[in-house]
Design a protein around this ligand. Structure first.
Ligand SMILES: [Zn+2]
Length: 241
């Protein structure tokens, strides 16, 4: 989690973020990948996110029809409390909420107060898409939520663990996106076989790369190896005296 935040910070600070740009990652097996801004105002990212929420809904065992109710958006703590109470007390079984600045829609499998029955296909492919395309400023609330938080949290942890596994083995990222020099550097780096060589290379490109924890680690080891250990220095001193 922390690694990802750092990564983003570096990008916004050093250069304007170009969504979908190719970034170059230095790792034991180096690779390039696209970086996305993930903003709702970005059409490309909005469509990607909408697709992912559509897929979540499609993967649930909704019947041919489901129940939907609509509420005005939440703007105060009292309204938030009222919504939370409604969700916990009036809704039986699984539910999903989808929000925009204009409305909150609650989707359930079973009937709930003020709900209308609609075709699930219409809900997923049209209604939810429409809501998610509406303006969204309230970034403090989640646009899409689902009940069964226990499962959700566990899944999130698993996904996070996977992400961490990948970023933990990476040493650094080329600061500039879409940069032919980054691609060349990646090819160069791939030929290095030991962490000692990699650390030396990273040190030589310190202005061009953003180091990850693992990169700092091997550079630390590199310096420790390059400097004579204290005990050896002590022995050397004894000998010369
Ligand atoms: Zn974007």
């Amino acid at each position: 989690m922390r690694g990802v935040a750092k990564e983003r910070g570096v990008i916004s600070e050093k250069q304007p973020f170009k969504c979908g740009a190719q970034g170059y990652i230095f790792a034991p097996k180096s690779y390039s990948r696209s970086f996305f801004c993930k903003k709702w105002t970005c059409e490309k990212c909005r469509n990607r996110r909408i697709k992912s929420y559509e897929n979540i809904l499609k993967a649930t065992d909704l019947a041919v029809t489901s129940y939907v109710s609509q509420r005005p958006p939440v703007t105060t703590n009292e309204e938030k409390k009222a919504l939370d109470n409604f969700l916990s007390q009036q809704i039986k079984g699984q539910y999903w909420t989808v929000r925009s600045d204009e409305r909150i829609v609650i989707i359930t499998k079973c009937k709930h107060p003020n709900a209308v029955r609609l075709q699930s296909k219409y809900i997923i492919e049209t209604l939810v898409v429409d809501i998610l395309n509406e303006p969204w400023k309230q970034s403090f609330a989640q646009r899409f939520t689902q009940s069964h938080e226990r499962n959700e949290k566990r899944n999130k942890k698993q996904v996070q663990a996977k992400v961490n596994k990948k970023t933990n083995t990476a040493f650094a990222k080329w600061k500039r996106h879409d940069d032919p020099n980054g691609e060349t550097a990646l090819e160069q780096f791939e030929k290095l076989k030991t962490d000692y060589e990699r650390a030396a290379w990273l040190e030589g490109h310190v202005d061009e790369v953003a180091l990850y924890d693992r990169g700092r680690e091997i550079i630390g080891q590199y310096h420790a190896e390059a400097a004579p250990p204290r005990s050896a220095a002590g022995i050397l001193y004894q000998c010369t005296v």
